[in-house]
Design a protein around this ligand. Structure first.
Ligand code: SME
Length: 204
């Protein structure tokens, strides 16, 4: 009885699996599918690593190119324009790229690439002024949540502002980059953009 009802079916199944591989009804148990067919964690991590490496490599190439290009002239406006143009056209996540310069206590737009920008930024408000007042880089993952953010184009969703420090360590301008993507700027962007603005000679 035991042989007939239990042992024989088990032996049959074992033989069946051995000859033809696991029967289809057992496959989901042996190798469960992901609920939504999305890539699993190790794949996502390795994709993120590749993206980081690509971004670093791109910044490295831009930096070398700028080092050479900025030797062609000592003119400040020309140098700023070159930095803005190269960054803007090489970085897919940059939507607006440019400089604001302190002039008689106001922040006035300088060389830039992208849609039309505000020409004058109201004093002590917004991300650019925060960079000036704090003397440090400001990364804003969601501009809509930044108190006092000045919106020059409502397609911008995240922003990074790097102050340019003068000989006396006082800020005299900022590099401002906006993105249409939320949370577009990482530590990699921060480190490289800080290094890139140091290619522009400090002003008083
Ligand atoms: N969003 C900036 C204003 C400049 S634009 O982004 C080009 C700010 O809040 O200071």
């Amino acid at each position: 009885m035991f042989t007939k009802t239990i042992l024989l079916p088990i032996m049959g199944l074992a033989l069946f699996c051995g000859l033809g591989g696991a029967p289809t009804f057992l496959v989901p148990i042996i190798n469960p599918p992901f609920a939504d067919n999305s890539p699993h964690l190790p794949t996502l991590l390795s994709m993120a690593m590749t993206e980081k490496k690509k971004l670093n490599a791109r910044y490295e190439r831009i930096y070398t190119q700028l080092e050479n290009l900025l030797q062609n002239t000592g003119n400040l406006i020309s140098r700023m324009a070159t930095v803005a143009a190269l960054l803007h056209h090489k970085m897919p996540h940059f939507f607006w790229t440019g400089f604001y310069l302190l002039d008689k206590g106001e922040l006035i737009v300088g060389p830039y690439q992208g849609p039309l920008a505000c020409q004058v930024l109201g004093k002590n408000s917004g991300v650019c002024w925060a960079g000036i007042l704090r003397h440090s880089t400001i990364v804003v993952p969601d501009v809509h949540e930044f108190p006092g953010h000045i919106s020059c184009d409502n397609r911008s969703n995240s922003e990074i502002v790097i102050p340019l420090l003068g000989k006396n360590d006082q800020p005299w301008a900022v590099l401002d980059v906006d993105s249409q993507k939320r949370d577009a700027f990482s530590e990699i962007d921060k480190q490289w953009l800080e290094k890139i603005v140091r290619l522009i000679p400090p002003q008083e």
